[in-house]
Design a protein around this ligand. Structure first.
Ligand SMILES: Cc1cc2nc3c(=O)[nH]c(=O)nc-3n(C[C@H](O)[C@H](O)[C@H](O)COP(=O)(O)O)c2cc1C
Length: 189
């Protein structure tokens, strides 16, 4: 049982990382093996627009430090995607990842997309933001969940929207950390 986490925050000890780590701790407590891609420190590039994935389905021709994680999304049992809100949207690091995930979408006969990701995977998401209203960026959040999770047929088992981060750092929010741990266990159960 493997859980893969994609961390779109540059801050290794920030709110997003703290909450992702709590999710992974819960998953490990339930027996999973976990791996994390910290996008900011990976030697990775964005999509180069070569469209090789339109003929060689499910494989990104851009070979770099992200490549093994894109492969693991196909073989893992569950995926966690975590990201801070930057300028009303996702971080730049996460956008590079989302563009590379295009390689996992396969053409659907008659139009639209299928996925190269096998069915049966679970998915969870972590968002951290400064604004107090958890609904404020829901369009961006829904889009991220769609592109990385539900668009690949994954079943979402939990979502954390950490708000008001300057006043309420995630590391001090024991209730939120407990919820993250519970989501980690649900990824495995
Ligand atoms: C460049 C930048 C842009 C941000 N833009 C927003 C924003 O549009 N809305 C918001 O609510 N918070 C915004 N924030 C605040 C972060 O979302 C917030 O501090 C979050 O907790 C950071 O997550 P981290 O601790 O994982 O880095 C921004 C922060 C930075 C550094």
């Amino acid at each position: 049982m493997q859980v893969v986490a994609i961390n779109g925050s540059p801050r290794k000890s920030g709110n997003t990382s703290t909450l992702i780590h709590a999710v992974l701790e819960g998953a490990r407590a339930a027996g999973a093996e976990t791996v994390e891609a910290h996008l900011h420190t990976l030697d990775m590039k964005g999509c180069m627009g070569c469209l090789a994935c339109r003929t060689k389905h499910g494989v990104c021709a851009q070979q770099d430090a992200l490549s093994s994680f894109l492969e693991q999304i196909k073989t893992c049992d569950a995926l966690v995607v975590g990201c801070p809100i930057y300028m009303y949207r996702i971080s730049g690091q996460m956008k590079l990842f989302v563009d590379r995930v295009y390689s996992l979408y396969t053409p659907k006969p008659g139009g639209g997309y299928n996925t190269a990701v096998p069915p049966g995977k679970r998915f969870a998401m972590v968002i951290s933001q400064g604004a107090p209203d958890p609904q404020q960026y829901q369009r961006s959040v829904r889009w991220l969940a769609g592109m990385t999770g539900s668009g690949h047929g994954m079943t979402e088992v939990g979502r954390i929207i950490h708000v008001d981060s300057a006043a309420r750092p995630a590391a001090k929010d024991t209730a939120l950390l407990a919820e993250a741990g519970e989501i980690g266990r649900r990824l495995v159960a």
